[in-house]
Write a protein that binds this ligand. Structure first.
Ligand SMILES: Cc1ncc(COP(=O)(O)O)c(C=O)c1O
Length: 374
């Protein structure tokens, strides 16, 4: 919670006004009516079939390959999936490769497992495939194992960057050559804001061989539902479903998975996305278009074609600390780029958690204080 009187542009989740609360309530009731006691029982280890079947249909419509329920494992969100992957696929002291600037909280999960994080050089299109190969080779030459590469190809948190298809292909080829597993965090894949199709997932391009994809309903429905999915080869999904935690507790978020299956089955989820995207685009415009138009030309406001964040690169005369302090002095809280590993001074602003009118006035306030040189 932000202190009173502050507008917090930190949180990357939906304003309660954008959460389809009534539809979610109806979906839980519908799941209970349809499945009765089994909705409240332990779930199938890999996850309830109706959820995985609906999800497979949704992913087949939006990705390049035909997804099936066998390619999917139910998770309680991406954070839990990353923790599971680190438990199942790594050993302490292994290395995880990441983009140099990345989702900071994933790094905490890797560190919990004793993993070391090594950054791969990136350019405007994403991680450099040659640098990826060189980094793998140098880690291995030092006698350590690379557990996997953790990448956010679609509407990256924090920079909003979208890796184009050609670069995705090159990354898949490079990873194959190095026998490197790619873990693709696709938390924002359903949030293309201008109606453009997103490129195929790395996982689909790799045809599930050496790549897996993580999805979550935290960014499109509500984070408190704690529901997501892992998309990988059927063998990997079976392997992960065969762990002690699944034998003891079944799949996570079983009842919620059945409720979301209802939302997908009656098209409520797709209709919600169709309403949500333009509303988010309106908020994005209130914030990032205002900053792009009115900040001095030595600021760079990255294009935001999807997701929840605007990334602003600062001019040499304004330090990150100073930008954050000036914003706070006018009651606006922003995240410093260094929090996400950025070596260039930058700030991240979320457009998801506040109505457009408040974002417009926050953007005007930021322009007022950031444009003052000296
Ligand atoms: C890239 C990325 N991955 C994962 C998460 C967290 O996902 P979940 O709520 O499913 O654990 C976030 C939330 O900010 C995120 O930005």
């Amino acid at each position: 919670m932000a202190p009173t009187g502050f507008l917090d542009l930190g949180p990357g989740y939906l304003d309660p006004e954008l959460v389809p609360t009534d539809a979610i309530g109806r979906a839980y009731s519908a799941a209970l009516a349809r499945y009765g006691d089994t909705a409240l029982a332990y779930g199938h280890n890999q996850g309830a079939l109706p959820y995985r079947a609906e999800l497979a249909r949704h992913l087949t419509r939006t990705d390049a390959e035909p997804w099936t329920p066998a390619h999917l494992l139910t998770t309680s969100g991406t954070s839990q999936a990353l923790d599971t992957l680190a438990s199942a696929l790594s050993r302490p002291e292994d290395v995880v490769l990441t983009e140099a600037t990345t989702y900071d909280l994933a790094l905490n999960i890797f560190r919990d497992h004793g993993l070391t994080v090594s950054a791969v050089a990136c350019d405007a299109e994403g991680p450099d495939p040659e640098a990826l190969e060189r980094t793998v080779a140098s880690v291995r030459a030092s006698g350590r194992r690379v557990a996997f590469a953790y990448l956010i190809p679609t509407f990256h948190n924090p920079t909003a960057r979208l890796i184009p298809t050609a670069r995705r292909n090159d990354l898949v080829v490079a990873a194959h050559r190095q026998n490197l597993l790619i873990v693709e965090d696709d938390a924002y894949a359903d949030l293309s804001l201008d109606g453009a199709e997103t490129p195929p997932s790395l996982t689909a391009l790799a045809q599930w061989d050496g790549a897996l994809r993580l999805g979550t309903f935290s960014k499109t429905l509500a984070p408190g539902m704690r529901l997501g999915w892992l998309g990988g080869s059927p063998a990997l999904c079976r392997q992960l479903a065969d762990r002690g935690v699944a034998h003891s507790g079944g799949s996570p978020s079983h009842f919620t998975a059945l409720a979301v299956a209802e939302l997908m089955h009656d098209r409520s989820y797709v209709e919600h996305l169709q309403r949500l995207r333009p509303r988010l685009a309106h908020r994005r415009d209130a914030l990032s278009a205002t900053l792009r138009e009115r900040l001095r030309p030595d600021f760079t406001v990255r294009p935001v074609r999807g997701g929840l964040f605007t990334w602003v690169e600062l001019p040499s005369w304004l330090s990150e600390q100073e930008a954050v302090a000036r914003a706070s002095a006018v009651g606006v809280l922003v995240q410093p780029g260094s929090r996400f590993g950025s070596r260039e001074p930058a700030v991240r602003l979320a457009h998801s958690a506040h109505p457009p009118s408040r974002l417009l006035s926050a953007a005007a306030d930021l322009v007022g204080v950031w444009n003052q040189k000296g």
